[in-house]
Design a binder for this molecule. Structure first.
Ligand code: IDP
Length: 161
């Protein structure tokens, strides 16, 4: 695997990031991708799709009994979603920090949710919340053959030391 300058192993993780239908409708896809690119993370999968109720019930399997679940289904199936897999060291935790609190009104300024929205039911973006969750979600949303491992041409200018 990758090693950093101190020769300590550096864990390469992948996570699922999705721009939800409100983010696509509001033309925020580019700005959201920009945040992950400028952080130095690597895009390894990307697609625009209409999410099915079946995919959603598996993706949100822990939420199907919540009172807001029917509204969440309507929201998430109201238009196209941009699903992405991003890769980088500690990306699961870092991307949660970049995305911010589930409720945008509690999100730190500078996070995607604080900067682009104000209501929990229209919070623009999804990010996996654990490494196990990320692996499960990536398998659910993507065929393995649609994820590309590619080499950075100059690792000295990115975080891939
Ligand atoms: P997360 O997206 O920050 O991981 P989860 O608790 O997994 O948060 O909730 C999934 C999604 O369900 C949220 O992003 C939000 O769109 C929606 N949601 C969560 N809690 C509420 C709520 O209390 N009312 C309405 N929608 C909610």
């Amino acid at each position: 695997g990758h090693r950093n300058k101190s020769d300590a192993p550096c864990v390469k993780e992948r996570t699922l990031i999705a721009v939800k239908p409100d983010g696509v409708q509001r033309r925020l896809v580019g700005q959201i991708i920009h945040r992950f690119e400028r952080r130095g993370f690597k895009l390894v999968g990307l697609k625009l799709l209409q999410v099915s109720k079946d995919l959603l019930s598996q993706h949100y399997c822990q939420l199907t009994k919540k009172p807001f679940y029917p509204d969440l289904v309507d929201y998430m199936t109201s238009g196209p979603v941009v699903a992405m897999v991003w890769e980088g060291p500690n990306i699961v935790q870092t991307s949660r920090m970049m995305v911010g609190h589930t409720n945008p009104s509690e999100a730190q300024t500078g996070t995607i949710r604080a900067d682009f929205c104000f209501h929990v039911s229209r919070n623009v973006v999804h990010a996996s919340d654990s490494t196990e969750g990320a692996q499960r979600e990536i398998r659910l949303w993507f065929d393995g053959q649609d994820l590309l491992s590619w080499d950075c041409i100059d690792k000295s200018v990115t975080s891939e030391l």
